[in-house]
Write a protein that binds this ligand. Sequence first.
Ligand SMILES: Cc1ncc(COP(=O)(O)O)c(C=O)c1O
Length: 361
Amino acid sequence: MKERVYNFSAGPSMLPIEVLEDAAANLTNYKGCGTSVMEMSHRSKEFQQIIDDAEANLRKLMNIPENYKVLFLQGGGTLQFSMVPMNLMTKNKKADYIITGSWGKKAAKEAAKFGDVKIVASSEDKNFSYIPEIRAEDLRQDADYVHICYNETIHGVHFNKIPDTGDIPLVADMSSCILSEEVDVSRFALIYAGAQKNIAPSGMTIVIIREDLIGNAPENCPVYLDYKTHADKGSMYNTPPCFTIYIAGEVFKHILAMGGVGEMHERDVRKAEKLYNYIDSSDFYKAAVSEKDRSLMNVVFVTGDEALDKEFVAAAREEGMTNLNGHRSVGGMRASIYNAMPEEGVDKLIDFMKRFEEEHK
Ligand SMILES: Cc1ncc(COP(=O)(O)O)c(C=O)c1O
């Protein structure tokens, strides 16, 4: 392909073109250092500046309170499925999980290796197409934490209200919605997010953790898996994913320059509403998720005919719109429209959908 496509991948996904072009211009000689960020020592003053700025700008973007640490780790969202219970399920060895899709389910399965996990609510009965009602009395008051996946990437479901867990620490996987909406960080004990959707290339996971939850891992916890290790060493206990941290920092600057997370959210709402409105207005396509629980980032839809869905994905690809297939576990279509997807990409998709409908209904 000669031109860049509109890439609807769930992750890794599109990054802001301005950031990519600036990174390309600085690729072999970063700001006159005579070396690229990829080749730079993580102990150099240049890299220290990069990581410090990245943290400061993320704090600004998310309004992260002083009593929270920001960690840049490796191992993806997946490693957090283990690190969270290893570090937090340490008092009563109990944790409550709310399951609204495949990622939350995986997290719960992993946590069960470390203690007593209770599924306090689940929407699996209707193929994860809604957010279940959560009542305070469903939660165990002595649970060490409650875990949710704030935006389920595969099923396209999103919590539009933070569940009230009272004094029980709330942990949220925000891998596929971080920086797409303003969240009150103080309502969460821990937030984690893989970088490869709204932030940077893959290779880095952000953990935002309230300080009192650090330092409770058992003696035999491997050093890399203890949040304290990373909190004490400014995320540089060992060699960090330098290039990903650098791009993340550039994306943070870019979002700040665009007006911050509130501005991103307005754009994201506009893009998602257009797409859902079109789907709802058509008899040909059907959205998979109940209206009030729909994700702004991952728009899941079907035609109701598997062969036609496949044809749709292939034909869209021919027109420069890639990765519109649903996750291999659910099929259908999924348009991931993260922050860096331009509104023109969504317009082009809707235009294609109309033509495809005309030709196939
Ligand atoms: C919500 C969510 N959590 C966790 C993961 C797993 O992330 P990783 O592949 O970085 O381990 C993903 C991956 O797409 C995800 O979407």
